[in-house]
Design a protein around this ligand. Structure first.
Ligand code: SF4
Ligand code: SF4
Length: 382
């Protein structure tokens, strides 16, 4: 298992994380089995948004004696009311829900306290200027949560939250189809047939800006919906009209800037194994470039997807990384020091490019790689 920095939190998280789908309400045994398997495979990060008290109690019981082995991202504002899951901003309910969560989990801290499901700007304003964010800060100060996070499907909201400096972790829905769609307050719109009826060109600018801003600000992204709820794995259900494999979906998410872990939804150990297989997959198995290039109706022409399909370069330049740092640098007037440092430690730099053109013949998206290398060499001075 590979581990990545979760932004600037200081946490090292497994690049394959776990959603809470496999934790079952009544069957503590299943939950314990999922955590056993996670440990066996090196998964140290999981998300817990579900609010069912029985489910939370199962997780708490399964964690006894191994709390320290896991980095837990659990949600505040997700509560259980009248026998069902509810999202709330009522501070009395939020406080009571958090206390119950901690009791049921049998722990005295969360690694990341996620402000749950913020998909509208108005909701974000209420949170940022009201008691919910204040409460999250109070919990952090008391050491009961170590980092403040926020979960969202809306890049506009997520951008505001990241710009505010209030959050250190962002849980965001990332997959190649969502990435084509503009911001919306209704997550259903991201999958709506009418939005895929017309030709789609390139990634939504705001999403690109979001990932790049997170990278520059050191906000770690944890990914939900990498498989589009499973639809992307099925040709008949995928809005792209072609099926992808789990390894391709995971690789796509992990190659976006700032992404630290993919919370691969797994209802069983078998499904978890499928996601963990990413760790031993070959470069060909992970490569999503040709699959994307074959999507009917969707084009990423001229846009670098950081897929590395253009490798190998005779000068050993990592074109995907150079291009990622180039885009991060270009998005700002001044190059952020962290971007400059990350570029500097690459083993080979753009200036080494001999303009042989081999990479361009392999890029399925028609990216002007030689021009990009020239620009990167100028901007970074090497
Ligand atoms: S230049 Fe093309 S092949 Fe290379 S990483 Fe970018 S999109 Fe992929
Ligand atoms: S054109 Fe430059 S970056 Fe591309 S393969 Fe040749 S040397 Fe490498």
């Amino acid at each position: 298992m590979n581990y990545r920095d979760l932004g600037n939190t200081g946490l090292k998280v497994s690049e394959i994380g776990m959603g809470c789908e496999g934790f079952s309400e009544n069957q503590y045994k299943n939950t314990a089995r999922m955590l056993d398997a996670a440990q066996e495979y090196g998964i140290n990060y999981f998300d817990l948004y579900a609010s069912d008290p029985q489910l939370r109690a199962s997780v708490g019981k399964a964690l006894v004696g191994r709390r320290e082995d896991f980095i837990i991202q659990a949600h505040i504002c997700s509560v259980w009311k009248n026998g069902q899951y509810m999202r709330t901003r009522d501070i009395r309910e939020v406080r009571a829900g958090f206390e119950e969560l901690m009791t049921l989990l049998q722990t005295d801290y969360l690694d990341v306290g996620m402000i749950h499901y913020v998909d509208s700007l108005c909701d974000w304003e209420t949170i940022a200027n009201g008691p919910v964010l204040e409460y999250a800060r109070e919990l952090k100060q008391a050491g009961r949560i170590h980092h403040i996070g926020l979960s969202s499907h809306n890049p506009e909201v997520a951008l505001e939250a990241v710009k505010s400096g209030a959050i250190e972790v962002l849980m965001f829905s990332i997959n190649p189809c969502y990435d084509l769609q503009p911001a919306t307050e209704n997550v259903e719109e991201l999958w709506s047939e009418k939005n895929y009826a017309k030709p789609l060109v390139n990634m939504d600018q705001e999403r690109q800006e979001l990932y790049e801003l997170c990278q520059r600000r050191g906000v770690g992204i944890t990914v939900m919906k990498a498989f589009g709820g499973g639809d992307l794995l099925d040709e008949k259900l995928s809005p792209a009209g072609k099926a992808l494999t789990p390894a391709q979906c995971i690789h796509y998410a992990l190659t976006r800037p700032a992404v630290a872990t993919v919370l691969a939804g797994a209802r069983s150990v078998e499904q978890m194994k499928t996601s963990v297989a990413y760790e031993t997959a070959t470069e060909e198995e992970k490569d999503y470039a040709l699959a994307f290039a074959a999507f009917p109706n969707i084009s990423w022409k001229g846009h670098c997807m950081y897929c590395s399909h253009c490798a190998p370069c005779p000068k050993k330049i990592d074109v995907a990384s150079v291009t990622k740092f180039l885009n991060l640098a270009k998005a700002q007037k001044e190059i952020p020091e962290t971007v400059r440092e990350h570029y500097a430690v690459l083993p080979h730099h753009a200036r080494e490019c001999i303009r042989c053109g081999a990479c361009e013949t392999r890029c399925p998206f028609g990216v002007s790689i030689m021009e990009n290398m020239k620009e990167a060499a100028e901007i970074f001075g090497k």
